[in-house]
Write a protein that binds this ligand. Structure first.
Ligand code: FES
Length: 124
């Protein structure tokens, strides 16, 4: 059985992110926005608003949420769900803080999978 425990990658110190701010991290897949709250909590979401793809990393962090800079949807940092009445989700990335260093789940850095043989129109 595969080990379900993710490996972690150090992406920098918490002090590299301003309080109530964010930075983006380039991964093999989509860019990830890493947020720091006023209470020094860290959250990571795919940097794409569930409304029309706005850059959440450029939004305003308030408490444990971020307001998208394009149309002001409010997204919960803890899980990525849009607050009602809006509906949608920015996928959350596992993140942890150890001794003021930020670690992202290594899964976030995996290359996006390519098309399957069936999707390429190939047969076995
Ligand atoms: S793109 Fe984020 S609120 Fe519209």
């Amino acid at each position: 059985m595969a080990d379900a425990t993710p490996d972690w990658i150090d992406i920098g110190g918490i002090d590299d992110i301003p309080a109530r701010g964010a930075r983006t991290v380039r991964t093999g897949g989509k860019p990830v926005a890493v947020f720091r709250t006023a209470d020094d909590e860290i959250f990571a979401l795919i940097d794409r608003c569930p409304h029309r793809g706005g850059p959440l990393s450029e939004g305003i962090v308030s408490g444990k949420s971020v307001a998208c800079p394009l149309h002001n949807w409010v997204i919960d940092l803890d899980g990525g769900q849009a607050r009602a009445p809006d509906v949608g989700c920015a996928p959350a990335i596992a993140v942890k803080l150890v001794d003021r260093r930020i670690f992202l789940a290594a899964d976030a850095f995996a290359e996006a999978p390519g098309p399957t043989a069936a999707e390429r129109g190939q047969t076995a």
